[in-house]
Design a protein around this ligand. Structure first.
Ligand SMILES: C[S@@+](CC[C@H](N)C(=O)[O-])C[C@H]1O[C@@H](n2cnc3c(N)ncnc32)[C@H](O)[C@@H]1O
Length: 206
């Protein structure tokens, strides 16, 4: 990815501010659903746009193996510098855009507040890659931005209507679905109208 050093510095500050915040509720919901199901081997999560690792750390804490993928090298740096990575954790980091990244079959693709940062003309390929990588009964957890989000129209970002989101999950059982609209500050201090779909869904057995 070609990024200016200013953009990278900006993300590094974001990771400092957010990395140690609690895991996202969607990640926790998915983990709890998995915990309620029998399992005889460590599970694998792919965290797309992992940032400073607020979700990744929780997966590792619960003895999951994790591949944390992020376009910014400073995300992997922030994650690997954390002092709360459990001893014996199986963690791989990849600095790559999710459009170009590849990852193995996994139980969970988690993407918290990151998939909207995919360009519209790349989104379907990324989404197909996510679905194809999920093991039978695997899950997706993450967010999509809606058409009333104040960032709507920004170049390089993808926005979805509610029915678009529902269509994405036609091969899934939706376990958690919340449409949020409110005004608050971003971690960078920008006031923003958020229109966000929070989703956890389980791939239907074919
Ligand atoms: C808003 S942050 C969210 C970070 C973390 N998931 C969280 O919930 O705090 C979005 C992250 O996605 C990453 N990102 C943005 N576009 C990306 C892309 N096309 N491929 C991979 N990572 C991307 C950014 O570098 C950033 O770390």
């Amino acid at each position: 990815m070609s990024v200016t050093s200013g953009v990278s510095r900006d993300w590094a500050v974001y990771y400092q501010k957010t990395g140690e915040r609690p895991p996202r509720p969607t990640a926790l919901f998915a983990l709890d659903r998995f915990d309620a199901e029998p399992c005889d081997a460590p599970r694998l999560a792919v965290d797309l746009g992992a940032g400073g690792g607020r979700d990744t750390i929780e997966f590792l804490r619960r003895a999951w193996r994790v591949i944390a993928i992020d376009a910014e090298a400073s995300a992997a740096d922030a994650l690997l510098a954390r002092t709360d990575i459990p001893v014996g954790a199986v963690l791989e980091t990849q600095t790559a855009r999710f459009e170009a990244a590849s990852w193995p079959q996994c139980d969970l693709v988690n993407s918290s507040f990151a998939l909207p940062l995919c360009a519209p003309d790349q989104f379907s390929c990324v989404w197909e890659k996510i679905i194809e990588s999920l093991n039978p009964s695997g899950r997706f957890a993450g967010q999509f931005y809606g058409e009333r989000d104040s960032w709507m129209g920004r170049s390089g970002m993808t926005f979805h209507t509610r029915s678009d989101v529902e269509r994405l999950f036609s091969d899934f059982d939706i376990e958690f679905f919340e449409e949020e609209e409110d005004d608050s500050e971003t971690p960078r201090g920008e006031t923003k109208h958020w229109h966000v779909f929070h989703v956890v869904a389980r791939l239907q057995a074919s």
